[in-house]
Design a protein around this ligand. Structure first.
Ligand code: NAP
Length: 320
């Protein structure tokens, strides 16, 4: 359980009812809050256990407009948080454990409090997918990582594995060449899903070796990872790679478990939107990676946050 924080005055939050409660504090959540607060709607963000979302686990962001020389992910999120607070948003670093969208006002329960809201924006994002290999759980944080930015420096001058064939895997592999001697990219198919530019950068990098049609069978070690067993699915040949770690970069799962049975989800568990950013429950909106499995960029998440905030403002004007 996290302590309540209001960085403007550091007093605990006493208000329990808000015009809008935003669940999640990534680019979508912070942008939505900047807009709703600026529109004079009493706004609460319940940030969850990783305020800032996935960008807190990123190094340099080169493609967020407005930063000609790029900006570090955590710095971008801290700045967004400060901007939301300057607009008057209350931010609580607590986790939502239950919601009740059946009656109005909506009820949102955290570990420590129950809040009420006339409208809700869900901006809970998505979480890295697990590969499901033997040893993955056992060696998590002992050589198995889901964040190259966070853990890359621990693998100086080592050989390591990156699992996946998308943009994330290529980005992580290229980033990790700063530290590691050699990167083995293990991909289950014979071609990458990653964009052409990322493929070209990875292919050009002499430190990266590709293993096609290959799956990870087992992650082994003592105190930490020291071997990974891989199998070629075309030849059935099994190989053992003597490596110090593995970075799993195979996509994400939407963080929607909390909302199952309360709002409509699609077949992959992402929130299904009904009308612009509105869910099937009138007054409950969604923004960012929690519904967007196509674009999944910081800038698109921020844009969805803006749209949800405008939709909320209109909804509140019509219903309050
Ligand atoms: P992704 O595009 O969904 O790619 C996931 C990769 O992991 C695919 O190659 C997939 O294999 C593989 N995979 C999935 N489940 C697996 C499993 N159980 N075992 C083994 N392999 C598995 O996810 P992403 O790379 O995280 O990218 C997500 C989105 O963010 C994309 O739209 C991407 O373009 C964007 N993105 C962009 C950048 C950039 O432009 N700099 C950086 C990062 C992400 P298959 O190919 O066989 O399906």
């Amino acid at each position: 359980m996290q302590a309540e924080i209001r960085s403007d005055d550091k007093k605990p939050e006493t208000r329990k009812k808000f015009d809008v409660i935003i669940i999640g504090a990534g680019p979508a959540g912070y942008t939505a809050a900047i807009y709703t607060s600026r529109a004079k709607r009493e706004t609460l963000i319940i940030s969850g256990i990783l305020p800032g979302g996935q960008l807190m686990l990123t190094t340099e962001v080169e493609n967020f407009p407005g930063f000609a020389s790029g900006i570090m992910g955590p710095e971008l999120m801290t700045t967004m948080r400060q901007q939301a607070e300057r607009m008057g948003t209350t931010i609580i670093d607590d986790e939502v454990v239950n919601v009740d969208f059946r009656h109005k006002p909506f009820k949102i329960l955290t570990y420590s409090e129950e809040y009420e809201a006339d409208s809700v924006i869900i901006a809970t994002g998505a979480t890295p997918r697990k590969i499901g290999a033997k040893g993955e759980q056992e060696f998590s944080a002992r050589g198995v990582s889901y964040c190259a930015t966070c853990d890359g420096p621990f693998f100086k001058n080592q050989e390591i594995v990156v699992a996946g064939g998308g943009d994330s895997a290529m980005e992580e592999a290229i980033f990790l060449t700063k530290f590691a001697n050699k990167i083995h990219v293990i991909h289950r198919k014979d071609k990458l899903r990653a964009s052409k530019i990322m493929q070209d950068r990875a292919f050009e990098n002499q430190k990266i070796q590709f293993h096609w049609n290959t799956i990870i069978e087992e992650i082994k070690g003592n105190q930490k990872v020291n071997q990974i067993t891989v199998k070629n699915t075309t030849t059935n040949k099994v190989d053992t790679l003597e490596v110090g770690g593995i970075f799993v970069a195979i996509g994400h799962e939407p963080n929607t478990k909390l909302f199952q049975g309360q709002i409509d989800l699609d077949t992959n568990g992402y929130i299904a939107l009904k009308n612009h950013t509105q869910t099937n429950v009138e007054g409950v909106f969604a923004a960012g990676d929690v519904h967007d499995h196509r674009y999944r960029q910081a800038i698109t998440a921020a844009a969805f946050g803006c749209m949800a905030a405008i939709d909320v403002d209109k909804y509140l004007s019509e219903h309050k």
